[in-house]
Structures are given as structure tokens and as C-alpha cells.
Write a protein that binds this ligand. Structure first.
Ligand code: ATP
Ligand code: MG
Length: 596
């Protein structure tokens, strides 16, 4: 017989020598091994004992049996709740009498599980010995209702990242596998709520989740997808006209700190009015005050009731920050598979990668470029691949993802930016020089691109936005030369004048979103060069007045454009005529005729 190297016995009450010898004899005979226990007393077991031998736990304690009874009771309650059925008083008393019977007739039955013991604790990373047969990403239960994720599996143990309570864990604590990956509550009950990545409400209100989804889930397969063919309007003229986004697309928002990245995502969320579109905002590693500000903006714009906020703030443990986007994605997936459209914002993936880096370094994984671990590309690709437009057979739902990445000093060739650029279907590049010059949103049109959005753009927008990128690029190039005071010919002066006005027209506050028809009206006005006489400084003000005037005088035309997505010749002429009326009236302040 060989000696068991790792045999621990925890008993509810002290054992005398004879009883211990009897237990040891029983186990030795059962396992064909010479077992000698290290004994400790644990009154929390209530009765009986647990034995840990070579990574297996033989549970013969009263506490686990009672826990099982309690679990059955909770399951029953949840089931009744799910069926919207109130538990009747008789049922409750029936249940408590059966509970009494069960406790009275209580008999020890043993339970054998794969267990492990903690060998080291470093920050939020815990090394565990034993735990044979656990899976990658499996949720592990520690003593005292604490949980961790198995992220590093070895022959004789696992590296575990704690999701809660690492300070309560000591060497020698027990760990048990739960057999499933972490999951999160999903469904419409979450709309308007702020939760953390493991589903705990952060807004002080009660949350009763009945549906759950695993946070890690395979992306839809190729046959289940359909091409991106419907637009997702952000309400920002600069984006919708030149860098259009389609439903099911992944469009990166990238730029230095404080360049309006979050604001673009917020505008897009605020602009989703239709009942079938929901938003998920994942805040990763941000200051609590910034998250509160975002929630406040959404609330003021009336968008919060269609939005779920998943937040892991800067002072939350890295494991929660790591989990946040996957949890948000699971919430979005539930809606997508119900046939709804979802807009999900990951704010931001640079901080996500940093959280993953700090976890990986503590797990002693080899570090690669910029000290990130080797699988940091897979970290983001498996997340962003879950954004999709489903085929009609699968319900036709979609997830549109707007990941955000922060660059340092405009360097888009750093590791994380290049990775995410190569995964996504385009990027909106924001520049601090433009932002500081007051050109907001500070979109650098030359470096921004949308690879699939054009196909999804409304034809009305396509008709009027074809040459905008070129106009703007030419203007920015020429403007640099014009600064030197060189001799400028007439056509260049024209180009500069138009460019200046276009730049002003594209300025827009993040909460001042425009409908399709309003954007088309502004662009028609630019195409026809109707604003040539307005000084650039007044353009934004005149634009607002014009839109108010058009809403007043030709609401029918605007409504047709919004409803059909098309701009026919008649509508176009109508817009031009009314714009001319407006400009003339503005000069003379004379009233103009109405459409009808
Ligand atoms: P951070 O790097 O801190 O996350 P960010 O790039 O997400 O910053 P925002 O928080 O969106 O930037 O914006 C920074 C500031 O600029 C905010 O105070 C916001 O109100 C202002 N801002 C952003 N976009 C616009 C805009 N289009 N018009 C006017 N102000 C804007
Ligand atoms: Mg931000």
C-alpha cells in the first residue's frame, strides 16, 4: 500500500483516537492506500466530516446536505416565479413540513467531488492544487460563497482569477468546480439598469434575474449570418454621411484621450428610437464619476430605458474588468437571438487589454510585445466576432459593436490599436488637433473608413454624400498651403470657401442628433452651394434655424425622406426652394408661403 500524500480530514467535532483510526481504516480499505489524516475541527460543518484525499473530496457533512435542501427550495421558488405563479400559502406550509420531515429523517449520504486546495494567493490570482477535470474558464466555488475563474490549467492544479473575496482566502482553503462557465442574467428586466459583470445590481435597486446566459458563447456561424444591409444611424452628420455604419457591423472608435470617443458612441445610443433596438454600454476600467456622467446623459436624453449598462470601474478587480465585455455581449446576444437589433459599446478595449495583461502576468504567463500575453488578439477577436447580422431564418436580429480604443500621442500602430483595427470593419479616427481647434466631432476623414457600411446606407444619403470625403480631404490639404499666404487663384479660393463651410456644417454636439431627412437637407444645401454668402462663424446657427424652418414649412417632405429613405427629384427641389425662401426671409425677415 502506498501512502496518501495529501489526506486532510475536517470534522464537525473533535474525534477521539479510536474513531479516527476507524475512519482511516475504512478509507485505506476503500482506496487501497494507506491513509493517515491531518485532522482539523470545523464546527461550520454542523455534523459529520469531509475528507480530502488526492484532490477528491468525500463530503459527509450535514452542512452540504442542508445546503442541497435549501437549493432545492430556492429552485422551486424560482421556477414558480418564472411561471408567474405565486407560491400559495398551502404549498409553502407543505414544503416546510416536508423540510421538517427531511431534517428529522436526516441520514448521512456521502458525496464525492473533484476538489482542490489553495496553495498560494497573490493579489487576485490564486494557485490551486488538485481540482482534476476542471475546464478552461470554469467557475470555481471557494469557501464562504466566493467565486473564481480557472484560466490556467496544469497537470496537477490550476491558476485561478478571483471574482470576489480574495482577501478571505488562505492557503489550504477548499475549492470546488461548478461544472459550468460563468453566466449572467439577461432579458428585458435589465433595461434601464446598471449591473456589474457578474450580474449584481449597482443602482441600489433589486434585480430578479430568471434567464441566464453563459458569458462566453460561440459566435454565429457563417451560414447563420446575412450580409450587412440596413444602416444604423448615429445621428451625427460627419459619421452617417462619410463613415456609415450598418447593423451587424463592428466599427472601431479610436483616438487619444479626451477627443470625444465616448460622445460619438453616446450619440449613436441616443439616436436609437425604434422599439426593436436596444443598447448595451460596457464601461471597462473607467472612473466611477465618468460612468455616472454617461448614465446621466442617457437618462436626460430618454435613452436609458432602452439601455443596459454593464460597469467594471477602474478600482474593480482586473477579473471583473476582463469579464465585463463578454457579459455585455451575452446580454446583447439574448436580444439578438430574439430577433432584435442591439448596439453594444465597449468603452474601452485598451483598458480591457491592460486588465488582462495584469491578470496574465500574475498567472506567470510568458509576456510578448508590450508585455501583453500571446493570446491578446484572440481576447478581442472572439469578442468582436460575436457581433453579427443574423439571417432571416435565424430571426434577423443583429449586434452592432462599437469598440473604443485609446491611443497614446496618436500612435495607431501600437499593439492593441493595430490588433483591433484588423479585426473590425472600419474605424472612426478622432484627432486631438481637430478637437482642440473646436472641430467636434474631431473625425479625421482621411484615416477613417467604413468597409461595409456603404452597402447599407439609405439611397437618399448616398445621393448627396458621394463627394464629401473628397471635398473635405482636398480642403484640408489646400488649407495647409494657403496658410503660407501663397498666391491663390479663383478656383482654389472657391474650394477653400466651400471647405470652410463644410467643416462648420459637420460640427455637431453629441446630444444634438439629426434625423436622416435633416442630414439630407443640410447636404443638399451644401451641394447647391446655397450657404456661400453666410460667414463661416454663423453657419452652425444658420443650420439650426434652417432645420427649424424646414420642420415648420415642409414637414411632409422631411417625413417622406425619413419614411422611404429615398430622395426623389421633387423632394430635392422642394428642399432647395424652401432653403432659398428661408435665406431670402432671413435677409428681409419677410414671411414665406407654407408647403400646403
Ligand atoms: P476619455 O479619453 O476620457 O474617455 P473621450 O475621448 O471619451 O475621453 P469624451 O468624454 O467623449 O471624450 O469627450 C470629452 C469632452 O469633450 C466632454 O466634456 C464632452 O462633453 C466634450 N465633447 C465631446 N464631443 C463633443 C462635441 N461633438 N461637441 C461638443 N463637445 C464635445
Ligand atoms: Mg471616454
Amino acid at each position: 500500500m502506498s501512502n496518501a500524500s495529501n489526506a486532510v480530514l475536517r470534522a464537525a467535532a473533535p474525534l477521539d483516537g479510536e474513531a479516527l483510526a476507524a475512519v482511516e481504516r475504512q478509507f485505506s480499505a476503500f482506496l487501497g492506500q494507506d491513509i493517515q489524516f491531518d485532522v482539523s475541527v470545523d464546527p461550520s460543518l454542523i455534523g459529520g466530516f469531509v475528507a480530502l484525499i488526492n484532490g477528491k473530496l468525500y463530503d459527509m457533512s450535514a452542512s452540504s446536505q442542508l445546503a442541497q435542501i435549501r437549493q432545492n427550495y430556492t429552485d422551486e421558488l424560482l421556477r414558480a416565479n418564472k411561471q408567474d405563479r405565486h407560491i400559495q400559502l398551502e404549498e409553502l406550509s407543505e414544503f416546510s413540513s416536508s423540510l421538517r420531515d427531511r431534517v428529522r429523517n436526516y441520514a448521512y449520504t456521502s458525496k464525492v467531488d473533484n476538489y482542490g486546495t489553495v496553495t498560494s494567493v497573490m493579489d487576485d490570482v490564486v494557485q490551486v492544487e488538485g481540482l482534476h477535470g476542471s475546464h478552461y474558464g470554469e467557475l470555481l466555488a471557494f469557501d464562504g460563497d466566493n467565486f473564481g475563474l480557472a484560466l490556467d490549467l496544469r497537470e496537477n492544479g490550476a491558476g485561478v482569477v478571483m471574482l470576489s473575496g480574495s482577501t478571505e482566502i488562505t492557503t489550504g482553503s477548499f475549492v470546488q468546480g461548478t461544472g459550468h462557465v460563468a453566466d449572467i442574467c439577461v432579458g428585458e428586466a435589465l433595461l434601464g439598469r446598471i449591473i456589474d459583470p457578474i450580474g449584481r445590481p449597482l443602482d441600489g435597486k433589486e434585480l430578479r434575474g430568471t434567464n441566464f446566459r453563459p458569458v462566453e458563447y460561440p459566435a454565429p456561424s457563417i451560414v447563420d449570418r446575412s450580409p450587412v444591409n440596413r444602416p444604423l444611424e448615429t445621428g451625427l452628420l460627419a459619421v452617417d454621411s462619410m463613415i456609415p455604419i450598418g447593423r451587424g457591423q463592428r466599427e472601431l472608435i479610436i483616438g487619444d484621450r479626451q477627443t470625444g470617443k465616448t460622445s460619438i458612441a453616446l450619440a449613436a445610443m441616443i439616436n436609437q428610437h425604434d422599439d426593436n433596438t436596444f443598447c448595451v454600454y460596457c464601461a471597462i476600467g473607467q472612473k466611477g464619476s465618468t460612468i455616472a456622467q454617461v448614465v446621466d446623459t442617457l437618462e436626460r436624453a430618454g435613452a436609458m430605458q432602452r439601455t443596459v449598462v454593464v460597469a467594471a470601474a477602474a478600482d474593480d478587480r482586473p477579473s471583473l474588468q476582463y469579464l465585463a465585455p463578454y457579459a455585455g455581449c451575452a446580454i446583447a446576444e439574448e436580444f439578438m437571438y430574439q430577433g432584435k437589433d442591439v448596439l453594444i459599446v465597449y468603452d474601452d478595449l485598451s483598458k480591457h487589454a491592460m486588465a488582462y495583461r495584469s491578470m496574465s502576468l500574475l498567472l506567470r504567463r510568458p509576456s510578448g510585445r508590450e508585455a501583453y500575453p500571446g493570446d491578446v488578439f484572440y481576447l478581442h477577436s472572439r469578442l468582436l466576432e460575436r457581433a453579427a447580422k443574423l439571417s432571416d431564418e435565424k430571426g434577423g436580429g443583429s449586434i452592432t459593436a462599437l469598440p473604443i480604443v485609446e491611443t497614446m500621442a496618436g500612435d495607431i500602430s501600437a499593439y492593441i490599436p493595430t490588433n483591433v483595427i484588423s479585426i473590425t470593419d472600419g474605424q472612426i479616427y478622432l484627432e486631438s488637433e481637430l478637437f482642440n481647434a473646436g472641430i467636434r466631432p474631431a473625425v479625421n476623414v482621411g484615416l477613417s473608413v467604413s468597409r461595409v457600411g456603404r452597402a447599407a446606407q439609405h439611397s437618399a444619403m448616398k445621393d448627396v454624400s458621394g463627394s464629401l470625403r473628397l471635398d473635405l480631404a482636398q480642403y484640408r490639404d489646400t488649407a495647409i498651403f494657403a496658410q503660407f499666404g501663397a498666391d491663390i487663384d479663383d478656383s482654389t479660393t472657391q474650394l477653400l470657401r466651400r471647405g470652410e463651410r463644410l467643416t462648420q456644417l459637420l460640427k455637431q454636439r453629441q446630444d444634438d442628433v439629426m434625423t436622416l431627412a435633416q442630414q439630407v437637407a443640410v447636404l443638399v444645401c451644401f451641394e447647391e452651394n446655397l450657404l456661400a454668402e453666410i460667414p463661416p462663424k454663423e453657419i452652425t446657427q444658420v443650420r439650426a434655424q434652417l432645420l427649424a424652418y424646414l420642420a415648420d414649412h415642409c414637414a411632409g417632405t422631411l417625413h417622406t425622406i425619413d419614411a422611404t429613405g429615398k430622395l426623389d427629384k421633387n423632394d430635392r427641389e422642394m428642399l432647395i426652394a424652401y432653403t432659398k425662401h428661408f435665406l431670402a426671409a432671413r435677409q428681409t425677415e419677410a414671411p414665406a408661403p407654407r408647403e400646403d
